[in-house]
Structure formats: structure tokens, C-alpha cells
Design a protein around this ligand. Structure first.
Ligand code: UD1
Length: 367
């Protein structure tokens, strides 16, 4: 019996772990699967609603760590995860993505001599000021088996000296979730609830510290968004980090008498419905760059780099940075109908988790 402890902690993790756990649980006679929720995200809108929408089973263990500084959060996860690994004695700990829960649990397992599996390995923004970049690099170098979503991931890992035998290009588990949910979504009432028409609005998300924790940068982005909103209504579900900064700096004014409409963070299905019918998406999220590529929706990424180059080279993504003039020009171009068509990166077909489990079964305990 192969025993795997799976870890999820923050919103994007839930979308990635869902198909992995579903596939692992299809083999109960040979794989024992546990799910640990670190509690990095804990609000209903950031956590439970994703478990419901994605039909993720109740976690076997909840670490309830909550928020904190990077060191506090990472350390607290490690302290609380260590006894779980010691008690469970799994063959592997499987981590996804690049959040603090990812690196904390990988490090805990590696120090206990337990194998580490990283799903969504190899992505690099080459920007060490991003907390996620540090998490990615460290997690990859502690991992025994690395599953990558796009060719750039393999190239990056090989350049960093990671052995080729450990690396597998399997596609994108986030897209497994997307395709599965699209198949069962039907016609939810999300657009009528917000008074929106298909193609009659844009969708915005922002939560990167480099954008929302810097008042001048954030103000510039909000002024660009309110100008775009004079042309096309923009719906902006607001992440708790972003909400806190708006209140702190008195930026509510950008939403007053403007087509820029804010709302609480949304669940997976509501957000998917809004994304697939949007005329344009403006974001600093990693996952949304990928999802818009698969949905063929034009995406402007308000960052100076991306760790997901295939969304630009193949997909519908444009890297526009944070200059308000440039954001406005690029949005106008898209609203004038000058969008690229975009294609699909290889293996983003909804079957990535199946490939991962097949490889795990063929490796058995001997990674
Ligand atoms: C984390 C991830 C980021 C990911 C993002 C998705 C790291 C380093 N960052 O960033 O990669 O893109 O999640 O959301 O792991 N808060 C709540 N309720 C919650 C969770 C957080 O109110 O359920 C508030 C707290 O005030 C907290 C702040 O949001 O201090 C930030 O949360 P945190 O988990 O530290 O980072 P994120 O910005 O969410």
C-alpha cells in the first residue's frame, strides 16, 4: 500500500488538489490517501466554499494555522504538520502550487526523510521579491518527483540541476478542475445576480503584495480601472488583503459613482461563470492567466513578469505591467476587438491528475 498525505492550504491550492485527490481515491486497494488542510485560508469564501464547489472531501486533518507574517505562518504550519507526518508515516507528502503551506509542508517532510511530490513544479518568474518564487524554488529542490504543467517548467528545472528522471510534464491540474466544472456548471444565476450580460462586462482580481501593498502602485491601477469602467462595467471581487488596503488608504473613492463595482470574494463556480462570459479579464493572479487561456478570454496581467509564459506564447494573456497609461491603452485595444485568438498549451486537456496517478502507481514506493 502506497500512503500519500496531500496538502492544501490556500485558495489556489484547493482548485489544484481536488482532481488529484479524486484520482488517488480511485485506487483504494493500492493507495491510502489523506488530506491535510493547513488553514492558511480560513474564511468561508476563501476555503469552505471551494470545498463545496469542487466537491473536495472533508480534510482528514485541519491544522488551523490562520494568518501571520511569512515566518510565523510558515513556522506554525511546520510545527503543526510535523506530528501529522510522524503519526501517519506516509511514503510521500504531496504538495501543490507555491504558497507558504507548500514550502512549509515540503520542508517538514524532507527533514523527516519522507518523499516529496510537487505538483505544478518548475514555474519561474525569476523575481525573488515575490514570496511565491522563493516557495517554488525551495519546494522544487526538496522534491523527489516533480510534475510540471508546461515545457518551460522542465527547462527551468533542468537548468537548476534537477535530474531529468524526477521531472514529468503531465499538464495542468488546475485545468482538470476547470474542465470538470464546465461540464457540470449549466447556467448558474451569477450574471443576473450582478445585473450583467454576457460579453457586457470585464472582470478584475488583484491581490499581489507588489500591487496592493504599495499605495502608489495600487492607486495607479485603480485609476486606470475606473477609466476603463467608464467604457465597460468592471466587476471586482475583492481579496481580503486588497480589501484591507482599500480601507487603510481611503481608496473607496475609486468605486463611488463608477462602473468599477466591488464585491466579496466569490466561489469557484460563480467566478468561472463570470470569467467565461467576460469580454476582458484584468488580473495579477497566476491561475487566472491559465484559466482565461483555456476559456479563450482576453487577459491583461498587471505584473512585470509571469511564471506561466505559455499563456502569453500560446494563450490569450498579455503582460502589461502596472503603468496606468499602458493598462488603459491595452484595454482599449482589446475592447476595440484587436484580440489575439490564442491556442491551448499541450496537455491542458483535463487529464493531468490521471497522468500523475499513473506515474505514482508505476513508481510505487521507490521514487
Ligand atoms: C496567498 C498566497 C498567494 C496566493 C493567494 C491566493 C503565499 C505566500 N501567498 O496570498 O500565492 O496567490 O494566497 O489568495 O502563500 N485573510 C483573510 N481570510 C482568509 C485568508 C486571508 O481575511 O481566509 C487575510 C488576512 O488578513 C491575511 C491576508 O488576507 O493576513 C493575506 O493572506 P495570506 O494567506 O497571508 O496571503 P494571500 O495574500 O492570501
Amino acid at each position: 500500500m502506497l500512503k500519500i498525505v496531500n496538502v492544501a492550504g490556500a485558495r489556489p491550492n484547493f482548485v489544484k488538489i481536488a482532481p488529484v485527490v479524486t484520482e488517488l481515491r480511485k485506487h483504494p486497494s493500492v493507495i491510502a490517501t489523506r488530506l491535510v488542510h493547513t488553514g492558511q485560508h480560513y474564511d468561508d469564501s476563501m476555503s469552505e466554499s471551494f470545498f463545496r464547489d469542487l466537491e473536495i472531501p472533508e480534510p482528514d486533518v485541519h491544522l488551523n494555522v490562520g494568518s501571520g507574517t511569512h515566518a510565523q505562518q510558515t513556522a506554525e504550519i511546520m510545527k503543526r504538520f510535523e506530528p501529522v507526518v510522524t503519526d501517519e508515516r506516509p511514503d510521500y507528502v504531496l504538495v501543490v502550487g507555491d504558497v507558504n503551506s507548500t514550502v512549509a509542508c515540503a520542508l517538514t517532510a524532507a527533514k523527516l526523510g519522507v518523499g516529496v511530490i510537487h505538483v505544478e513544479a518548475g514555474l519561474r518568474s525569476f523575481d525573488r521579491t515575490m514570496p511565491e518564487e522563493i516557495n517554488r524554488v525551495l519546494t522544487d529542490h526538496m522534491s523527489d518527483l516533480l510534475f510540471v504543467t508546461e515545457e518551460s517548467g522542465r527547462v527551468n528545472l533542468l537548468k537548476e540541476g534537477i535530474e531529468a528522471e524526477k521531472i514529468h510534464l503531465v499538464g495542468n491540474v488546475m485545468i482538470d478542475s476547470l474542465r470538470r466544472q464546465l461540464a457540470v456548471l449549466g447556467e448558474p444565476d451569477t450574471l443576473p445576480r450582478f445585473g450583467l450580460q454576457p460579453q457586457g462586462y470585464g472582470l478584475v482580481t488583484l491581490h499581489r503584495p507588489s500591487n496592493v501593498d504599495e499605495p502608489e502602485v495600487f492607486k495607479g491601477i485603480l485609476s486606470a480601472l475606473s477609466k476603463i469602467a467608464a467604457r465597460l462595467p468592471l466587476l471586482f471581487p475583492i481579496h481580503p488583503r486588497t480589501e484591507a488596503r482599500i480601507a487603510e488608504w481611503g481608496f473607496e473613492k475609486f468605486f463611488a459613482n463608477s462602473g468599477l463595482v466591488r464585491t466579496a470574494p466569490l466561489g469557484y463556480r460563480d467566478f468561472l461563470e463570470l470569467m467565461r462570459k467576460a469580454r476582458i479579464v484584468l488580473t495579477d493572479s497566476g491561475g487566472i492567466q491559465e484559466e482565461t487561456t483555456v476559456l479563450s478570454v482576453p487577459c491583461l496581467t498587471l505584473r512585470h513578469n509571469t511564471e506561466r509564459p505559455s499563456t502569453i506564447e500560446v494563450g490569450t494573456n498579455h503582460l502589461v505591467g502596472t503603468d496606468p497609461v499602458k493598462i488603459g491603452e491595452e484595454a482599449d485595444r482589446i475592447l476595440d476587438g484587436k484580440c489575439k485568438q490564442g491556442g491551448l498549451p499541450p496537455l491542458w486537456d483535463g487529464k493531468a491528475a490521471g497522468r500523475i496517478v499513473k506515474i505514482l502507481l508505476s513508481h510505487g514506493k521507490g521514487i
